[in-house]
Every structure is written in structure tokens, then in C-alpha cells.
Design a protein around this ligand. Structure first.
Ligand SMILES: Nc1ncnc2c1ncn2[C@@H]1O[C@H](COP(=O)(O)OP(=O)(O)OP(=O)(O)O)[C@@H](O)[C@H]1O
Ligand SMILES: [Mg+2]
Length: 352
């Protein structure tokens, strides 16, 4: 979606991609290689004027080596390799947030996981997404069983936060320090996967900006937050890229997170343009799913002004994020949920 925004402004894009079938490779040329392939990263750096990331999984060390090898200026990369190194290890990220006085769950090594009582959360330090790499541990027995399955050094423990709801803020910080934030959104997760995103009617932008500053962030960041019963806001984690909780901006009528991302990478001025209250519902892969086009038809038959986005991923697996639906304006949330329900009915009922 960043490539689509860049192409609309006439920019030519190249991606590093392990799979030619991927959504990015369907839109623009790609270098086919694994994301930690230093030689391929170096080739990409040499061929591009500006480079960014759509996930935080490229090891910072591979990027550092590739930057040295390719002899390009590190500033072509946004976010910086330093920020990426902090964020991609949840333990190091939590240390940076805590050092800067930002509230959040207490983190401790897995060997000390029992010390704060139960429940406790175990998290893979690197590579987690959609709740993969997050385990909620209710008691000592579950802890022992889980510890036996994992590599304890690659994981961390975190105190459980009894949040009232989860929030998210997209934060842009330009190279010159200019700041923009998108509205604070409420996010609903089901089984660790984001399901719904809609306006939260609170403003958590201040703490979100501080979180990004704590990791010396320049670029676009999704900041995930916990709101407690007393209204206190704590930081869950930061993503150094466009984020699922910002997908509603594709249709809200203001600037999209993807165009803002392109502006940040190009060192162009930021837009402060806002849009209408909008709700986004994720479309997850379903068992027995048929033709997605029948599903789109069903969704827009039910809610004619629903905007369906389909990513064109080659493989639909149950639970995988395959697309999303945006609905703008009054009653956006119930209408987005109706459109999604119709989508799923149309998707799985189709005769093969
Ligand atoms: N310390 C905690 N206390 C309570 N709930 C938590 C805690 N940490 C995580 N969670 C729950 O688990 C979800 C996933 O955790 P987290 O965001 O750390 O993992 P992730 O897999 O990297 O996330 P994402 O889905 O954003 O990729 C959170 O959105 C939240 O619902
Ligand atoms: Mg998360």
C-alpha cells in the first residue's frame, strides 16, 4: 500500500521480497531474496535513493553490514538502523521506554517470570506478530510447561496489564523534527489479532510521541497503548512502519498513512489534513473459504458504501490478514461489522 501511494506520485519502487507472488511484487519490480540476505539488501540500497521497511524483522545487523558494504549514506534509510535495533527486540524496546520514564508493564527475564505473580505474559523478544509469540500464563504449571517448550533467552516475561481497552496512535516525525499524529483509535483484538479499529474519543497523542522520541524515531510509527480503568495510559509496543490501526486512513478523506509515510521517506513536508470518523474491520482467512470476489459482492450488497481492500496474498490461511473493510461516517462500527459478516457469509458459502 506504500508502493501504491508512491506510484500515484510518480515514484518508481523496488522491493526486497522472498516471494514473487507477494502483494508488493505484483505492483513493482523486486529483488527476490530472503529478508536477511546481506548481499541482496546491499544491492537494493545501491539502486534506491530512499529505503524504508514494511516490517521490523530485517535484522539490524544485516542492515548495518549492507550499509557498510554498499557505501551508501545511512540516512537513506527511514526508520534508522539504530531505531530498528531498539524496536525489533521487545526487551531492548521496553528498556528504552522505561529509561525515558514512560509507563508500561514491568519486564523481567523468563527465569524470574513467577516473581510478579499470575497471570504473567511471556513474549518472544523478536519476530512476533498477530499475537504469535505471546503467551498468557495463568499459573505455575502453565509457566513450567511453556518454559520447557521455548528458548528462555529468546523470550521475556512481562507483568499482565488489566487494561479496560487498547488504543493506538500513528505518529509521524520528520527528519527535521516536525511532528504529526493521526487520531487516537480504539483497537479490539480477538485471539491476539486485531479485529476492529475505530475512533477512541480520547487523545493519547502526547504519550505516543514521547514513546517514539524514546527510541529516537524518525519516520512513521504505530504506537500500541493500554488504557486502564482509571484512565491511565501505558505503552504496549511500537511498530516502526505503517500499521494495521492506520488502514482506515485509506478512506477517511484526509491524508492516508501511506502517503504520509512516502512524504517522510522523501523528506517532503507532512500533511496535517484530517478526515471523517472511520471504522476498519480486518478480514481474516476462514476455513472453507471460496472465491473472495463473491465475498466482496456480498459485503457491498449489505453495506453499499463499505470500502473493501483485498491484499492479493497468494495463500489464504485461517486467521491470516487477507484484507480489510473501511466504513466512513455515522454508525461506522456497526456498519463495518455488518459488511464483514456478509463478506464471511459470501466467502464460505460459495459452492466450489
Ligand atoms: N503485558 C500485557 N498485559 C495484558 N495483555 C497483553 C500484554 N502484552 C500483550 N497483551 C495482549 O496481547 C496482544 C499482542 O501482544 P503484542 O502487541 O506484544 O504482540 P504482537 O504479536 O507483537 O502484536 P501485533 O498483533 O501488534 O503484531 C496485545 O494487543 C494485548 O491484547
Ligand atoms: Mg502488538
Amino acid at each position: 500500500m506504500t508502493i501504491q501511494a508512491a506510484q500515484r506520485m510518480g515514484l518508481r519502487c523496488l522491493s526486497l521480497d522472498p516471494d514473487v507472488q507477494s502483494p508488493a511484487s505484483q505492483l513493482a519490480p523486486s529483488i527476490l531474496a530472503n529478508l536477511d540476505d546481506g548481499t541482496a539488501i546491499a544491492r537494493l540500497l545501491q539502486q534506491c535513493e530512499h529505503v524504508t521497511l514494511e516490517n521490523e524483522f530485517i535484522p539490524a545487523d544485516s542492515l548495518r553490514k549492507a550499509l557498510d558494504e554498499s557505501n551508501v549514506h545511512p540516512s537513506i534509510l527511514m526508520p534508522s538502523v539504530g531505531t530498528l535495533a531498539i524496536i525489533q527486540d521487545k526487551w531492548v524496546q521496553r528498556e528504552a521506554l522505561t529509561r525515558n520514564g514512560l509507563p508500561g508493564p514491568r519486564a523481567f527475564p523468563v527465569s524470574h517470570a513467577h516473581e510478579g505473580g499470575f497471570p504473567v505474559v511471556l513474549k518472544s523478544r523478536k519476530g512476533g506478530y498477530d499475537g504469535k509469540g505471546v503467551r498468557m500464563i495463568k499459573n505455575a504449571e502453565e509457566l513450567a510447561n511453556t518454559v520447557a517448550e521455548i528458548q528462555p533467552d529468546a523470550w521475556m516475561a512481562e507483568s499482565f496489564v488489566p487494561f479496560r481497552r487498547e488504543l493506538a496512535v500513528m505518529v509521524s516525525i520528520a527528519s527535521d523534527g516536525a511532528v504529526q499524529t493521526f487520531p487516537t483509535m480504539e483497537t479490539v483484538q480477538v485471539d491476539g489479532v486485531c479485529s476492529l479499529v475505530f475512533p477512541a474519543n480520547v487523545d493519547a497523542s502526547e504519550i505516543a510521541i514521547e514513546a517514539v522520541r524514546a527510541v529516537q524515531g524518525r519516520g512513521l510509527f504505530g504506537v500500541e497503548l493500554f488504557e486502564l480503568d482509571n484512565g491511565e495510559i501505558q505503552i504496549n509496543e511500537i511498530a516502526p512502519r505503517p500499521h494495521n490501526t492506520g488502514h482506515y486512513t485509506l478512506d477517511w478523506g484526509g491524508i492516508s498513512q501511506f502517503e504520509q509515510h512516502v512524504r517522510l521517506c522523501m523528506n517532503w513536508p507532512l500533511s496535517q489534513e484530517t478526515g471523517q470518523p472511520t471504522c476498519m474491520a480486518n478480514l481474516l482467512g476462514q476455513p472453507g473459504a471460496g472465491d473472495f470476489r463473491q465475498a466482496i459482492q456480498a459485503a457491498i450488497q449489505a453495506v453499499p458504501d463499505a470500502h473493501v481492500h483485498w491484499y492479493g496474498k497468494a495463500l489464504s490461511k485461517p486467521g491470516r490478514k487477507m484484507g480489510h473493510i473501511n466504513v466512513v461516517g455515522d454508525n461506522a462500527r456497526p456498519r463495518a461489522e455488518s459488511a464483514r459478516a456478509a463478506f464471511y457469509r459470501g466467502w464460505v458459502s460459495e459452492t466450489p
